[in-house]
Design a binder for this molecule. Structure first.
Ligand code: GDD
Ligand code: MG
Length: 320
C-alpha cells in the first residue's frame, strides 16, 4: 500500500527557520516533523510518496542519509500545484487504495482502524475528523448519521462554520478521486471535496491528540502534547545536568549545559549550548545554537547556530 504526504508548502509561518530548512525536517523532539508521520504508518505501507516543491534537495539528502524502512519517492513540482494538483501530479503511483496526509499534522490517529472503517463503507474516501472550539482556520464538515460528509467548508468566515468538526488532514482515498481533480493548480479542499461528496466521502472521528504543527505556537503545542504523552527524556548522562534545575517534561540531548533553569516543555537538540544562569521554557533549541549567560528564552524556536546574547530576553520568537 502507498502513502502520500503533502510536503510542498513553503513553511512561511515558521520563517526564518524555513529559509534554511524545509518544514518537514524541523526537529520535533529528536525527529524531523515528517518522521512522526512516516514512522507510525501501518506495516502494509511499503512506499511513501512525498509531494514536494520547496527545498527538494534538502529532503533528498535527508532520505539518502537516513533509512526509514520504506521506499521513499520524492516527486517535485516546478511550481506548487496546490493540495489537489499535488495529488494529481503523483497519479501514476496511485493505482490502489492509498493514505494521504498533510505533512504538518501530528496526531494519535489509529490508521488500522481508519482503514477498516474505509473498507467497510466503500466510499471514494475517508477523512479523519477532529473537534476544535474555533474551526475558522480549518476545513469544516457536516456529516449525516451514517458518518457520510454532507457539506465541506474550507476556512469559513468567523461565525459561519457549520460545525466544530474539522478536517484533520489525514485521508484514505480510492484512485477514482484522481479523476475528479482537474489539471493545474488545484485546492483539494476548495475545488475537489465539495464535488465528490455524492460519491461517498466519510468522516472518521478519533480521540487522543491532534495538532497542526505549522506555526510557532502550534509547533510548540505539538512538542508539549508529545512530552505529555511520552514523559521526559534526558538521554545525556546525569552528571552533565549538575546544577541544572528542571521543571516539567523536557527532552534534553544537549551536552553542554551550565547551571541553569530548564522547563517545562523544552527540547534541547544535541549540540545546543546553554550558559550559566539561563532560563528556558516552552521552547526548542537546535544544534549549534547558544543560549547566553542569564538569557531568558520562552515560547521560542531557536534555529541551528543562532546565538541568544548574554542577558537577552527572547519571547515568542523564531530565531535562525
Ligand atoms: N506538494 C504540495 N504542493 N504540498 C502542498 C502545497 C502544494 O502546492 N500546498 C500546501 N501543501 C502541503 C503543506 O506543506 C501541508 O503539509 C499541507 O499541504 C496542508 O497545507 P497547509 O498550508 O498547512 O494548509 P492548512 O493547514 O492551512 O489547511 C489544511 O490543513 C488543515 C488541518 O491542519 C486543510 O487541509 C484544512 O482543511 C485542514 O483542516
Ligand atoms: Mg497546515
Amino acid at each position: 500500500m502507498k502513502a502520500l504526504i503533502l510536503a510542498g508548502g513553503l513553511g512561511t509561518r515558521l520563517r526564518p527557520l524555513t529559509f534554511s530548512m524545509p518544514k518537514p525536517v524541523v526537529p520535533l523532539l529528536g525527529r524531523p516533523l515528517i518522521r512522526h508521520l512516516i514512522d507510525p504508518l501501518p506495516d502494509e505501507v511499503d512506499t511513501v510518496i512525498l509531494a514536494v516543491s520547496y527545498m527538494k534537495d534538502y529532503l533528498e539528502t535527508y532520505f539518502q542519509e537516513n533509512d526509514v524502512g520504506r521506499e521513499i519517492v520524492l516527486v517535485n513540482e516546478d511550481q506548487p500545484l496546490g493540495t489537489g494538483g499535488a495529488l494529481k501530479n503523483v497519479s501514476k503511483w496511485l493505482d490502489d487504495t492509498f493514505f494521504a496526509f498533510n505533512g504538518d499534522v501530528i496526531c494519535s490517529l489509529d490508521l488500522d482502524s481508519m482503514l477498516a472503517s474505509h473498507r467497510s463503507r466503500r466510499g471514494i474516501g475517508t477523512m479523519a475528523l477532529w473537534t476544535v472550539d474555533d474551526p475558522s482556520a480549518f476545513g469544516v464538515v457536516a456529516a449525516d448519521d451514517s458518518g457520510r460528509i454532507t457539506t465541506f467548508q474550507e476556512k469559513p468566515a468567523p461565525g459561519e462554520a457549520i460545525s466544530n468538526s474539522i478536517n484533520a488532514g489525514a485521508y484514505i482515498f480510492e484512485p477514482e478521486l484522481l479523476d475528479h481533480i482537474p489539471e493545474g493548480v488545484v485546492s483539494l479542499e476548495r475545488e475537489v471535496f465539495p464535488h465528490v461528496l455524492h460519491r461517498g466521502l466519510y468522516g472518521f472521528a478519533f480521540e487522543g491528540f491532534w495538532v497542526d504543527a505549522g506555526t510557532r505556537e502550534s509547533f510548540l503545542r505539538a512538542q508539549r502534547t508529545l512530552l505529555d504523552v511520552k514523559g521526559s527524556t534526558v538521554p545525556c548522562p546525569a552528571r552533565r545536568l549538575a546544577g541544572v534545575r528542571l521543571t516539567g517534561s523536557n527532552m534534553i540531548e544537549a551536552t553542554h549545559l551550565e547551571p541553569s533553569e530548564i522547563g517545562p516543555n523544552v527540547y534541547l537538540e544535541k549540540g545546543a549550548e546553554v550558559r550559566r544562569g539561563a532560563k528556558i521554557s516552552d521552547s526548542m533549541v537546535m544544534a549549534g545554537a547558544v543560549i547566553g549567560r542569564d538569557a531568558v528564552v520562552s515560547g521560542s524556536m531557536i534555529g541551528p547556530g543562532a546565538v541568544v546574547e548574554d542577558g537577552a530576553v527572547v519571547t515568542g520568537t523564531i530565531l535562525a
